[in-house]
Design a protein around this ligand. Sequence first.
Ligand code: ZN
Length: 368
Amino acid sequence: MLRILSALSCLLLCFPQGHAFAPAAKSRNVVLVTLDGVRWQEMFGGADPAVMKFLARGAPVEGTSLYRRYWAPTTEERRAKIMPFLWGTLLTQHAWIAGDPAKASHVESSNRFHTSYPGYAEILTGRAHDGVIVDNTKQRVPVPTVLEFVRRELRLPKSAVAVFASWDRFNDIVEHEPDAIVVNAGFAPYASNDAALRELSTAQAEMVAWPDERFDYPTQRFALDYLRREHPRLLYIGLGDTDDYAHDKKYELMLESLHRADRFLAALWTQLQAMSSYRDNTVLIVTTDHGRGNMAEYWDTHNEELTSARNIWLAVAAPGDVRRGELEGGPTLYQHQIAATIAQAFGLDFDRAYPGAGKPIPLPAGAP
Ligand SMILES: [Zn+2]
């Protein structure tokens, strides 16, 4: 009590008049998380009854493990079964989400292809590159990304901007200039003093489901360890299990991956809140690279022809932003606005540096 009193009186007396309650100029951080190819249908509605019926092929859906695990009568209950942290904590206490058509809220990608590399390039460079990036073919991203931009503009050490991603292609997507930032993607080893993480780094290459993509678990563990040790100002975590299981037509495993991604978000948020340099001082953005088919029989697919795959979603937790839960109405938000939004959080003007890039989504001004 005494300590509180003296702290209070110091607040009143120790600072020159007018500055007593001015917030300290804190460094501000951004954490970006992408969940590859997660449809808005599952994000806002949980297990999709139309897909469940389609997959049951005439048999009663009530007999399936999918039904027992993830079914509930309302969309709100179903989505909370898959993402309890997102819906029960993050969106009730800290964040908003856009992209639910039922709430007249829309988020769209603007590239023609509705596939991964075109989507990630749009997220990270603030515009579509339809003439250059037409599919997932390995090629270096043709222009600098916002990750490189932030490092350069703030004159940060390389370790302050880091990417952890499951898909090997991220090595080419996230930086125009090789070695500009820290990238650990695909089956890249992760160096650590922690024996368990060293073991995981070795083991990841022994547990392979897809040739160019590791499971999300090592990606998540490495990213959390890096966050704890290196305190990056800008951290990007690209998860991929959801898209791989969807292409494999494994609906239940796709939902379970989304459930595990929610557990990761909980661990990430808890860790951010436990570190004074991040608590109340960090913008968290969670989104996806593309949607998928809207009809039940196309739930697993996305391509240029399936225009419904351009519909995506976007969640943001920003200090000082009082909006919570689902946004209703409002202008359509675009994937190409994310780069400038990240830069804006650092007080930087990305769309001025790169004319043609999308404008930032307005967020309350925090201490840059
Ligand atoms: Zn895909």
